[in-house]
Design a protein around this ligand. Structure first.
Ligand SMILES: [Zn+2]
Length: 257
């Protein structure tokens, strides 16, 4: 922010000097008024370009949206919860937490510095929208997972689409609402939703968990899409690749193998 402000002040100061200089020269008829005006206008455009570049560079990188995911105008969207999907719950303390610690090799993301360190080392990798799923605006998490967890999320999206036969309905996609949270973000979310969060050592803080909260379908109801999602979640759970449990208003998934 300081850099942008300093650049703005510097450019404004130079601009003022240039205007006075050209004004005097025009007044003395050394240069025409029209030329002075063109010089000042060009300088103004140059300044706007520099400031826009600095502001853009400062903006956080957004998740890359892949158009193929949202090629349809979804006509219906349905909540993905424990009551809308028939799934078997894996015990959170006995299964999810130990699996997250084991599969991530104890990579507990205590703070932002550790997250950045593990991103640099490739132990956390960026996740983008891919076939079969979208990512909502992430307020308390970032779109990173371990390479294995990313592979499983992409596999889930692919298998979800592959299990739908109807070409129109095949364009359905589910939405992921939370991905990786540092311990600090976990604390923040607990302050906001005290009854609906894991206070300590959440699988989200190991980069191996994500939440599915909504399904978008082309049809008037989500029956086909919901059934397909339910089947794929059950299959991958039986294959020992993921663990499932309920969270308020979403399905929590921990990758375990
Ligand atoms: Zn969760």
């Amino acid at each position: 922010m300081e850099l942008i402000l300093l650049t703005f002040l510097m450019l404004a100061f130079i601009g003022l000097g240039l205007t006075v200089f050209l004004g005097i020269r025009s007044f003395k008829k050394r240069i025409s008024w029209i030329k002075s005006f063109i010089f000042i206008a060009l300088y103004g455009i140059f300044c706007i370009g520099i400031l826009v570049f600095l502001i853009e560079r400062r903006a956080p990188k957004l998740i890359k949206r892949i158009p193929v995911i949202r090629t349809i105008e979804a006509k219906q969207s349905c909540d993905c919860t424990w009551s809308s999907l028939s799934l078997e719950k894996d015990d959170f303390s006995a299964k999810h937490k130990p699996a997250a610690q084991r599969i991530s090799n104890q990579m507990y993301i205590r703070n932002e510095a550790l997250r950045q360190k593990w991103i640099k080392q490739g132990r956390l990798v960026p996740v983008e929208e891919m076939e079969g799923f979208g990512i909502s605006k992430l307020d308390f998490s970032t779109a990173h997972l371990t390479p294995l967890a990313k592979k499983r999320l992409y596999e889930l999206g692919k298998r979800f689409r592959a299990s739908i036969q109807n070409p129109d309905e095949k364009m359905s996609y589910f939405m992921v609402s939370s991905i990786t949270r540092s311990q600090l973000q976990q604390t923040q979310i607990c302050e906001r939703y005290p009854t609906a969060c894991t206070k300590d050592h959440s699988p989200h803080s190991y980069g191996v968990a994500f939440d599915i909260y909504r399904l978008h379908s082309r049809y008037k109801n989500c029956n086909v899409g919901m059934k397909a999602l339910e089947n794929v979640l059950q299959e991958m759970q039986e294959e020992g690749k993921i663990l499932l449990c309920t969270e308020s208003k979403c399905i929590h998934v921990t990758v375990c193998g």
